[in-house]
Write a protein that binds this ligand. Structure first.
Ligand SMILES: [Zn+2]
Length: 280
């Protein structure tokens, strides 16, 4: 006899009534008597802080030192590039390439070595036009990671993903938490990552795309979760923290709804690289 899974609700209904009349809503396999109960439980369950959490700055990559260590260039060449970088305004890798001291492959392989991952010399952006992994463009922008295919290895779903250096470890953890896939990471150049992001989901019809919403408080997020759950009747709810965002996915037979919660801020205050995408 199902009891409402909301901790402060005493409602129960006879099993046949729930099953046959399709009363209530299921979230992660638990029965709730009403959308109000889903909303209050979601709000408690979501561990969204009221203010944006501090971001530790990523340490800069000592690319010059890496390349010297790999035997690709000399320290005199790094010194020269560091000086001429002042006038060209290029990043060190690009400056070394402009000077003709290294090629794209040498830079990629040094960065991949440092991160302990493999790399792809080239990648055809058309491989992501059908949105492998079923994400949307806002999600891959927020992650800084693009799924390039999914496969099953020894009964485990694996998502093969591309990213640029430095490897965004937090984003990969979030991706695993929200999709249930293991990830296999390949490093690509900044240019190739940008091309993949631009091509991702280009061939997916608008009506079957992941729906994306942005909000800045958890009350609103909980309300929307309840709405989506009510439409679908039976959903799974996953969340991951992806500083400065909390990323929430509600998956049901209706499709996938993604929510980005930006505590203490608005969509407009989110860094340009996160928000500068076209909503579907
Ligand atoms: Zn209830």
């Amino acid at each position: 006899m199902p009891h409402c899974a909301s901790s402060d609700c005493q409602t129960w209904r006879p099993q046949p009534f729930v099953r046959l009349a399709r009363v209530g809503v299921r979230v992660d396999g638990e029965w709730f008597c009403s959308t109000a109960c889903v909303e209050s439980t979601a709000e408690t369950r979501l561990r969204i802080p009221d203010v944006a959490f501090e971001t530790a700055p990523r340490p800069p990559i000592r690319l010059g030192a890496l390349l010297v260590h790999a035997g690709s260039i000399t320290s005199a060449q790094v010194k020269e590039a560091l000086q001429s970088q002042g006038s060209s305004g290029l990043r060190i890798g690009a400056e070394l390439r402009r000077l003709g001291y290294v090629d794209k492959d040498a830079v990629l392989s040094a960065l991949a070595d440092q991160a302990g991952v493999s790399y792809l010399r080239t990648v055809d952006p058309s491989c992501v036009r059908q949105a492998p992994g079923g994400l949307c463009r806002d999600e891959i922008r927020a992650l800084g990671v693009v799924p390039i295919r999914t496969e099953v290895r020894e009964d485990i779903p694996v998502m093969v993903v591309a990213c640029a250096a430095p490897v965004p470890r937090t984003a990969l953890t979030a991706l695993r938490a929200l999709t249930g896939h293991k990830t296999l990471v390949y490093l690509v150049s900044d240019e190739d990552l940008e091309a993949l992001m631009a091509a991702y989901a280009a061939d997916v019809p608008a009506q079957s795309r992941v729906r994306v919403q942005w909000t800045h408080d958890r009350h609103e997020a909980a309300r929307r979760i309840a709405e989506v759950a009510a439409i679908s009747g039976d959903v799974t709810l996953r969340e991951a923290h992806l500083d400065p965002l909390t990323w929430i996915r509600v998956v049901g037979k209706h499709g996938v709804d993604t929510m980005f919660v930006t505590p203490g801020g608005t969509h407009e205050e989110v860094p340009q690289w996160l928000a500068g995408t076209t909503p579907h």
